[in-house]
Design a protein around this ligand. Structure first.
Ligand code: N01
Length: 537
């Protein structure tokens, strides 16, 4: 006997849809959410400038034609508050609130082979049993703050962008130090620079950023677009990144340089990162082809930033475009022309310590009133390891994945029956349009649970051999591309001691979906289904 059919961990895009989809299949479900609101990533990352780099028409649920017709996005790229409003609308429309428990962090999930149930414990001291657990913990929810000597002595406030105070922060007249120049740092920097007395941007690695060309989504444009939304969603499902991207169909290295420049310039003027990665067939496969994009982008930096030394420092030189998340900003590079902004190179002169009044590098001291860390996350595995997950024989997930994470199809780990991971390692997840991948996963999980229940099965578990074969394929595809060629969170390089592993499936969301469907059609090939049934209260 179990209390519930399914416990869902997290109430972001995954948890919200999982509650809806699983309840619609007749299952009893409860989602636990650590925050005091729903939204996951979009609840926590409320720093100024937070905005999605996938267009709103793509970064939204496709499961309900009615929802996609009735909801109106105001801008091409949705800002964090609007995404949060959207998720509240979804939760209200589909009656999900009674099934989501806020302010409750899941601390442990332990498999009990006897009754074939998970016991899920929460930080309020309670526990609940369930036939299945769906981990919707997000890939980027466990934040990383560098261990800088003296940080505890700093007299001013310091913030991590992912735990931004809901009431906001007033940097007016303040000297602010920003550490981190990834997608987040590049978004927050111009917002701080607009009000601060001075902003010091401490850069360890320069990053590529392309313009958003964000703009309002006009009513007429929206109406016309929505007439063929279903067809558009279908194209997205069959695409590589989960967003239809029009490529030239040619190889960059077989295209005359002037024609290439023209193609890149058109994409630069149109805005957005994915059109660059998909412009030519060889951009993400051949370094010389990628270099043509990189040099184009470096030229744009050089023509934007007035001080040539600063411009050169801002030019990324040691990794291929796209091997780190391609950042998007309309004003990051131009910001360095402001007199109140200083770029500090902490690659050549690293940060040494924080002292009560500021920050010291190997070359200089900087008097600061506040420090902002946009230093990213212990990605993919961090949020799962933060929960004491124990599978068959009490083995901890942390131990099972000590040499790197492994999951069959990215959704299920051998040794952890009846536990599903949404956008886990081995799935397209982090290198795709997240919302599309989330929906695909959740629907596959729903169908799997329905199949088990209908077929008289109590358990489902990934076979170790199928898991290994899958992860070998994921690795083989990854290393045929340039995606793993940077020290980034994609490979765990940002966390000291973390095993280096590139785990996203980059073969395309279309081919991934086909493989998942084929596994299901073959009676969940590569999984062991255990007979029995577990009743729920
Ligand atoms: O984190 P990051 P993020 N000393 O890991 C630096 C998504 N996202 O929060 O490159 C000094 O990318 C680090 O330097 P280096 C998106 O998927 C999306 O920016 O390691 N510096 C780097 O510059 C993204 O990829 C959106 O040398 C240190 C930065 O901190 C993911 O979230 C917006 C350091 C971390 O960059 C994570 O992005 C925001 C140290 N000890 C985020 N440690 C949109 O949709 C780290 N750094 C637009």
């Amino acid at each position: 006997m179990a209390d519930l059919d399914v416990v869902v961990v997290g109430a972001g895009f995954t948890g919200i849809y999982a509650v809806h989809a699983l309840r619609s299949a007749g299952l009893t479900v409860r989602a636990f959410e650590a925050g005091d609101g729903i939204g996951g990533t979009w609840f926590w990352n409320c720093y100024p400038g937070a905005r999605c780099d996938v267009e709103s028409k793509d970064y939204s649920y496709a499961f309900s034609p009615e929802l996609e017709q009735e909801w109106s996005w105001s801008e091409r790229y949705p800002a964090q508050p609007e995404i949060l409003r959207y998720l509240h609308h979804v939760a209200g429309k589909f009656g999900l609130w009674p099934h989501i428990q806020l302010n409750t962090r899941v601390t442990a999930a332990v498999w009990d082979a006897g009754p074939s149930t998970w016991t899920v414990s929460t930080d309020d001291g309670a526990s609940v049993t369930a036939r299945f657990v769906v981990m919707g913990v997000g890939n980027l929810s466990e934040l990383a703050v560098p261990d800088i000597p003296g940080l505890d002595t700093f007299e001013g406030p310091w913030y991590h962008t992912s735990r931004w105070p809901k009431e906001g922060v007033d940097f007016n007249g303040k000297r602010v130090g920003l550490i981190g120049t990834g997608s987040t740092g590049i978004q927050v920097a111009p917002e701080i620079a607009a009000v601060a007395e001075h902003l010091y941007v401490f850069q360890r690695t320069a990053n590529f950023a392309v313009p958003n060309r964000n703009r309002p989504w006009e009513d007429a444009e929206e109406r016309t677009f929505k007439e063929s939304y279903r067809d558009y969603r279908e194209q997205a499902r069959k695409s590589i990144l989960g967003v239809p991207v029009a490529g030239t169909g040619k190889a960059a290295l077989e295209t005359p340089a002037d024609e290439r420049e023209q193609v890149y310039m058109e994409r630069w003027k149109a805005g957005g990162g994915m059109p660059f990665l998909g412009a030519y067939t060889d951009v993400m496969f051949v370094r010389e082809a990628n270099d043509t994009v990189a040099e184009f982008m470096r030229d744009r930096i050089r023509e934007t930033v007035a001080d040539s030394e600063v411009a050169e420092l801002l030019c990324p030189k040691n990794f291929p475009v796209g091997a780190k998340r391609l950042c998007q900003s309309d004003d990051y590079y131009a910001m360095f022309n402001q007199p109140n902004v200083t770029l500090v190179d902490i690659r050549s002169a690293p940060v040494e310590s924080v002292y009560p009044g500021g920050l010291k590098t190997a070359a200089n001291s900087y008097e600061l009133d506040a420090i902002v860390f946009a230093t990213g996350f212990d990605a993919i595995t961090g949020p799962l390891f933060a929960i004491d997950i124990r599978g068959t024989g009490g083995v901890a997930l942390r131990e099972a994945w000590a040499r790197g994470p492994r999951a069959y199809l990215g959704v299920a780990a051998a040794g952890f029956p009846n536990m599903f991971i949404v956008t886990g390692p081995g799935s397209p997840g982090v290198l795709s349009n997240m919302v599309l991948s989330i929906e695909q996963h959740v629907e596959w999980i729903r169908d799997c649970i329905t199949h088990l229940t209908g077929g008289g099965y109590a358990t489902v578990e990934a076979d170790p051999a199928a898991q290994e074969t899958w992860m070998e394929l994921v690795t083989e595809i990854a290393y045929s591309t340039l995606f793993p060629m940077a020290d980034s969170w994609y490979v765990g390089a940002n966390i000291p001691g973390k095993p280096r592993a590139f785990t996203p499936y980059v073969g395309g969301v279309g081919s991934y979906r086909e493989r998942c469907d084929a596994v299901a059609a073959a009676g969940y090939e590569g999984f062991t289904l255990g007979p029995g049934s577990v009743s729920t209260a």
